[in-house]
Design a protein around this ligand. Structure first.
Ligand code: ZN
Length: 435
């Protein structure tokens, strides 16, 4: 109980510490975020310079902002970056101009549905500038008509894109990718919740010495950061089968999970079992080409099977991509609940027994190992009407180094122990090897 209280306090503290930072695709606040996360999970922080070509993309100039405002003729700030960093379109070029409503209005953005919300906008690849504001701020500016003092104290210069990583080694070199994105400014569910959950998950795993899998934790700006990471770690990423993209995990609403691109992959079933065992009602989102960094990790060159468990998923809640996605919407206790769900997923993955058929080319000559004699006339009553031979042949068919005994048992509608026992027999004969 005490531990849980401490964890909640820690989560609350980190949420409040990281929330105000004006993160973006690049910039000093991304680095600061990574440094703060390093206190939870030690991260190697990498910098990729402006101008670097990563596959079809180029790392842009680094963006930093200090202040911005729209003030009336008396110098009173009507829109003020210091009140919310969402007021400025991310990657806005610096300006300092006097202008009237007619010149200003085309640079203003409001939220269509929520009058009190400041919408979130970015302009990473199109030069320009803009402000985001509430309906009442918009009306006030329109009424005043100007002249306004419009200032964005930002710069776009040669710099770098920053990302963090931490690899936690288990007994096997086989890795599970865990990725979250650090590019969003002051919004709590999308995606500060995901970033913090990933860091705490990493800390819990790093304290264990019984891990079977190795875990590759990655903190990148969304899209370009994930592409850059794949570019920099191409061979390692091509060897990964399972990925977990952590985003929007701290809302008050329902759990949901996005399936991986290969619908038949066992990870989908495992996630469903975790949510069912936690007695959570949940929404299933089939794989879709829209979404987060699974788009990069599942692209043709990598084909990692990424799942995402969410609590109020991106796109789906009204406060999404606005200033109302704040620390009233996301609480430490909601985040802690999601952390437990992710831990249960890891525990389930860790508990899997995975083997590889050492003779994948054609069937094994079972009589050579005296295994063909196992085939009696009668079918085993414990085996759901299957024979031992049947199980052996299915094991040889499925044990590819990725499919676990638990997945095979599920497919065959058999108890795990029965299939496991059979796999151990094949291992003793040197036909299978345990991973
Ligand atoms: Zn987003």
């Amino acid at each position: 109980m005490k531990n849980n209280f401490e964890l909640l306090e820690e989560l609350k503290c980190v949420l409040e510490h990281l929330f105000p930072l004006c993160r973006s695709l690049t910039g000093e606040k991304n680095r600061e975020t990574l440094r703060i996360l390093s206190n939870i999970l030690p991260l190697a922080i990498h910098e990729v310079p402006t101008g670097t070509k990563v596959y079809d993309w180029i790392i842009p100039n680094e963006w930093n902002i200090r202040d911005a405002w729209i003030a009336d003729s008396k110098g009173r700030r009507i829109v003020d970056f210091r009140a919310s960093n969402l007021h400025v379109v991310s990657y806005s070029e610096p300006i300092a101009l006097q202008m009237n409503w007619d010149q200003l209005s085309s640079h203003l953005h409001i939220h269509k549905e929520l009058p009190d919300a400041i919408p979130y906008r970015t302009s990473y690849y199109q030069h320009g500038w803009g402000f985001c504001l509430t309906h009442s701020q918009y009306s006030e500016l329109k009424q005043l008509q100007g002249p306004f003092e419009v200032v964005i104290d930002s710069d776009l210069r040669q710099g770098s894109l920053s990302y963090g990583e931490c690899i936690i080694h288990g007994k096997s070199k086989k890795e599970i990718l865990i990725s979250s994105y650090i590019c969003h400014p002051s919004m709590a569910n999308d995606n500060l919740s995901g970033v913090i959950l990933a860091a705490f998950l990493g800390r819990q795993l790093s304290r264990r010495n019984d891990l079977n899998f190795s875990y590759r934790f990655v903190f990148v700006p969304e899209t370009l950061g994930a592409i850059t990471y794949c570019f920099k770690n191409e061979q390692a990423m091509k060897n990964i089968d399972i990925g977990i993209v952590i985003t929007t995990v701290g809302g008050p609403g329902k759990y949901g999970y996005k399936q991986c691109w290969d619908r038949s992959h066992p990870i989908n079933q495992i996630v469903e079992e975790v949510l069912e065992q936690a007695q959570e009602d949940f929404i299933t989102y089939p794989f879709d080409i829209h979404g987060s960094d699974e788009r990069q990790y599942s692209s043709q060159g990598f084909r990692i099977n990424c799942i995402t468990i969410t609590k109020d998923r991106y796109y789906e809640y009204p406060e999404y991509h606005s200033s109302l996605d704040n620390l009233d919407f996301v609480t430490a206790s909601q985040l802690e609940k999601s952390l437990q769900i992710y831990m249960q997923l890891i525990d389930k993955l860790e508990a899997r027994h995975i083997y590889r058929n050492r003779n994948p080319n054609g069937e094994v000559m079972l009589s050579r190992y005296n295994l063909y004699s196992l085939v009696g006339g009668a079918l085993h009553p414990l085996l759901n009407g299957r024979s031992d031979l049947d199980i052996i042949l299915w094991l040889l068919f499925w044990c590819d180094g990725n499919t676990a005994i638990e997945d095979i048992a599920r497919k065959l509608n058999l108890k795990n122990e029965i299939v496991y026992e059979c796999a151990e027999t094949l291992t003793k004969h040197g036909i299978l090897e345990k991973i």
